[in-house]
Design a protein around this ligand. Structure first.
Ligand code: ATP
Ligand code: MG
Length: 177
């Protein structure tokens, strides 16, 4: 089973300094005062998993995820987050996924340090149930949203969890060629 071992952030939202948050196997609770950056950690995880909506990351434009400076600190030019994943049952199974965004708008993804496409990352996660819209991340309000969803939308969630979505996506891609 693949699990998230650590999140390494630099220049992402409030994380101006390189910050590593480690997760152990089992349950991790993140506590801290209001505005201290708890939600920014889950934003960082969803961002690497391919979140394309600035609004859902609580910003107006995607550049808003880049550290915008404080009274004492200059803004940074890029944000970079790496998810460090490991398979609990396979030794030497490190999987590092990185997303980087420059103020110019240029965006890069890496899998184990090799430049990749967002599509590669999406495909990688469609199998694991760890996608940006999957059940492995349920934010405030999401429970209500799932309960109130239209049947088609709920079906979409179930298909993602079951790993069917990948094949539907490919079928659609092939049909449009
Ligand atoms: P709460 O308990 O209220 O939910 P929280 O711990 O979840 O708070 P976050 O929402 O994660 O807090 O963090 C908000 C902080 O992140 C704010 O202080 C905000 O100024 C800061 N922040 C967000 N985006 C940026 C950015 N681009 N540059 C610098 N700081 C940022
Ligand atoms: Mg919060």
């Amino acid at each position: 089973m693949v699990y998230l071992k650590a999140v390494d952030a630099y220049g992402f939202k409030s994380f101006a300094d390189r910050t590593t948050v480690e997760f152990d196997k089992g349950l991790t609770a993140i506590v801290g005062p209001n505005g201290s950056g708890k939600s920014n950690i889950t934003d960082a995880i969803r961002w690497v998993l391919g979140e394309q909506s600035a609004k859902s990351l609580r910003g107006a434009r995607m550049e808003d995820v880049i550290f915008s400076g404080t009274e004492k600190r200059q803004p940074l030019n890029y944000a970079e987050v790496t998810l460090k994943l490991e398979d609990a049952f396979v030794s030497d199974s490190k999987l590092n996924i990185t997303r980087r965004l420059y103020r110019s708008g240029e965006s890069e993804y890496f899998i184990n340090g090799t430049k990749s496409r967002l599509k590669d990352i999406t495909e990688l996660f469609l199998d694991t149930g760890l996608g940006k819209e999957s059940f492995s991340m349920i934010s405030q309000g999401k429970v209500d949203e799932i309960l109130n969803a239209k049947p088609e939308d709920r079906r979409h969630l179930i298909e993602e969890a079951a790993g069917v979505l990948k094949y539907k996506k490919r079928k659609k891609e092939t049909a449009s060629k």
